[in-house]
Design a protein around this ligand. Structure first.
Ligand code: FES
Ligand code: FE2
Length: 412
């Protein structure tokens, strides 16, 4: 099911209300958070067309290492091939469609568990037991379906659309916002938390990109150290589908004391003062990165249904700290990583709880579209982007700069 310009999937009134400047606009109407029809439109127009992060290069360090992912029900396997290149394939046997592998692991080749067809790491079909009698069959015609893959700053990005334009140029402007200074490519993942949440995926993305909730939801965790008034939003920073907010807390990290316990990224030392702070990037639709002085969190917020999502959060630390942690070397590095990891689940639980509560309320038969505060300019832009991509109707300019954008509103 696809949106057409002549038949928008949400009412013209809702689109018009969303098209206004942020402080005059209304939010997406409630059905956008539960309608199976709108969900299918998002799956088709967004999740089967956009670049999505599925993990990091260090998740597949050696040839044959693989992990699996599901993108709106599409099974994908990411593998490092014999030449050391990271590739992705559909995790679907070409014989009769069985899923090839589950979870993560290491293989020399992919052997289908059903009838034993065998594929190389590069996806070529190598073995088809007892198939000699089958006529007009050429193995070369049945490789695994390739999935577009790109590596950006150590992140494995995939795209189900074979014709998608490359990812890196879309985010090249992030270098102006010192993604390079944080040395994102060098961090190594040590921890992962997975949650199956009873909420629409947009609820979680919106929550991740607004600070309005900090004094209420994070009264004891974040508000004392990263108060709401310390955030600056940049809803119109980019022509590309990524967006940024910056917390004016340049020394922020995840320790109990607030001090960095791990080696600070060396290039952070010469950051110009106007860029001091802790950025949160959202790469549309569902990939957020929170780099800090000596560690990084990243969020994957993938829908699994109209009212269900898979949230995965990863802690990445400098390589020497990751090595100390993984090798069990007792000392300040391992202790530091453990302290950071301990401090993450409490605030995640706060966001998870509020997201599921919002889902319950937005389901009310009297629920209506809401309004945006000056702290929700990024959400405003993100919602317009979703509406424009998936729901059809007149362009909302959701993917470009805005003369009426909320601008640097968080510090006001
Ligand atoms: S489905 Fe894979 S070998 Fe038959
Ligand atoms: Fe939050």
């Amino acid at each position: 099911m696809t949106a057409t310009k002549s038949a928008p999937l949400i009412s013209p009134e809702a689109l018009e209300a969303l098209s206004r400047p942020p402080l005059e606009a209304s939010t997406l109407p409630p059905e956008c958070y539960w309608s199976p029809q709108l969900y299918e439109a998002e799956a088709e127009q967004i999740f089967r067309k956009e670049w999505l992060c599925v993990g990091r290069v260090e998740d597949v360090p050696e040839p044959g290492d693989f992990f699996t992912a599901s993108i709106v029900g599409e099974p994908v396997v990411v593998v490092r091939d014999g030449d050391g290149e990271i590739r992705a394939h559909l995790n679907v046997c070409r014989h009769r469609g069985c899923q090839l592998v589950e979870g993560a692991g290491s293989v020399k080749s992919f052997r289908c568990p059903y009838h034993g067809w065998m594929y190389g790491l590069d996806g070529t079909l190598r073995g088809t037991p007892d198939f000699r009698e089958t006529r007009n069959f050429d193995k070369a015609d049945y490789p695994l379906h390739a999935v577009r893959t790109e590596i950006w700053e150590g992140f494995v990005m995939v795209n189900l659309d074979p014709d998608a334009t490359p990812y890196a140029p879309r985010v090249s402007e992030t270098t102006r916002w010192h993604s390079d200074k944080y040395g994102l490519a060098d961090f190594v993942t040590t921890h992962r938390w997975d949650y199956d949440l009873a909420c629409n995926w947009k609820i979680y993305v919106e929550n991740a990109m607004e600070e309005y909730h900090v004094p209420w939801v994070h009264a004891e965790t974040f508000q004392p150290v990263t108060p709401m008034k310390g955030w600056i939003e940049f809803p119109d920073i980019s022509e590309q589908p990524w967006i940024l907010m910056v917390g004016q807390f340049p020394g922020f990290t995840l320790s109990d004391s607030g001090d960095a316990l791990l080696p600070v990224t060396p290039t952070m030392a010469d950051c110009p003062p106007e860029f001091d702070g802790m950025p949160i990037w959202l790469s549309y639709p569902s990939f957020a990165v929170l780099p800090m002085l000596d560690c990084m969190l990243y969020y994957l917020m993938h829908p699994t249904g109209p009212e269900r999502m898979a949230l995965s959060i990863f802690l990445c630390v400098p390589p020497e700290a990751a090595a100390a942690y993984k090798d069990g070397v007792e000392g300040p590095l391992k202790a530091g990583v453990e302290e950071y990891a301990r401090n993450i689940p409490p605030f995640v639980a706060e966001d998870n709880k509020i997201a599921e509560m919002q889902q319950v309320g937005i389901r009310s038969h009297r629920a209506t579209a809401g309004r945006f505060s000056k702290h929700e300019g990024i959400m405003w832009r993100f919602d317009r982007w979703v509406a424009e991509k998936a729901y059809g109707g007149a362009p909302l300019n959701g993917n470009g700069a805005h003369a009426n954008g909320a601008g640097r509103n968080g510090a006001a």
